[in-house]
Design a binder for this molecule. Sequence first.
Ligand SMILES: NC(=O)c1ccc[n+]([C@@H]2O[C@H](COP(=O)([O-])OP(=O)(O)OC[C@H]3O[C@@H](n4cnc5c(N)ncnc54)[C@H](OP(=O)(O)O)[C@@H]3O)[C@@H](O)[C@H]2O)c1
Length: 290
Amino acid sequence: MGKSASSLGRANGPAPVAPPPNAGARHTPLYDGNMPARAPAAPPRAALPLAGKTALVTGGAQRIGRAIALELAAAGADVAFTWLTSQAAAARTLREIEQRGARGLALRMDVTRLAQIRRVFARLTRAWGRLDVLVNNAGIYEASGFAQLPLADWRRMLEVNLTGPFLVSQAALPLLQRARPGRIIHLTSLGATQAFPHHAHYCAAKAGLDHLTRVMAKALAPGIQVNAVAPGMIAGDRAPAAWERKLARTTPMRRPGHAAEVARAVLFFAAGPEFITGQSLLVDGGLILA
Ligand SMILES: NC(=O)c1ccc[n+]([C@@H]2O[C@H](COP(=O)([O-])OP(=O)(O)OC[C@H]3O[C@@H](n4cnc5c(N)ncnc54)[C@H](OP(=O)(O)O)[C@@H]3O)[C@@H](O)[C@H]2O)c1
């Protein structure tokens, strides 16, 4: 015959705690015999997946880049990031990185200016002497009807969103080749494979970066893995709220994504299996299926 729960508790558990005077019927026991006495301690930094590693995130002051920088810092990496115009946001992100117990570096850099890129890598080499993960996140997003799209806008889009990651990746090679393994993660877009009629230059640049991911994966193997994360619609101030709501209705997951969800996909490529390269991971709530 089985014993009742209360008799088991009496026989094997700690002595029951007497309720304090004036305690009402809803008294919460101090210890119920099943729950740990206190929350488990956070793992030591040395046990985190990116412990001892360093990462560089371009355009990391705000929005998705900031979320990536914080995710990598929380996973144990020291995180450098670049900013172009968002100086105050960069200072905040730097503090947030350090609050996660990581070393941080905030450096100003235009991804279209080779001299600035070289200065950033010289600084990184002097400061930390290593780089394990490069995240090419910086980018621009503009709309224009195809017929009116100015050549200057087309050129600028390709320069920032495609030539920029190429230049930064090339400059990172000497450090990444010493890492075991080095990892490059490009931020592409659902627009790399889907045709957005008012974003011809954006889609073309992201499609170029998507294919560059595969070419670089082959060219840089086996020492460096190259993968891409392709966000769909991510909540933020980028799109008008009405447009966000409309797109959310056609997204199978019925909502926009969050920057932190993109950051977790980046972490997968930064700390995940070393046998994955040349892949693109959509973070779009299933929008491509709609
Ligand atoms: N948000 C989305 O829904 C979405 C969807 C698909 C793909 N993505 C991709 O995900 C990445 C991040 O998205 P996001 O919305 O967070 O981007 P964002 O805020 O539009 O831009 C990210 C950062 O890029 C930096 N940047 C712009 N031009 C630069 C240049 N010439 N040199 C260096 N940095 C430059 C800016 O830095 P400063 O602020 O310091 O000037 C900016 O903070 C981008 O590559 C984007 O294309 C985003």
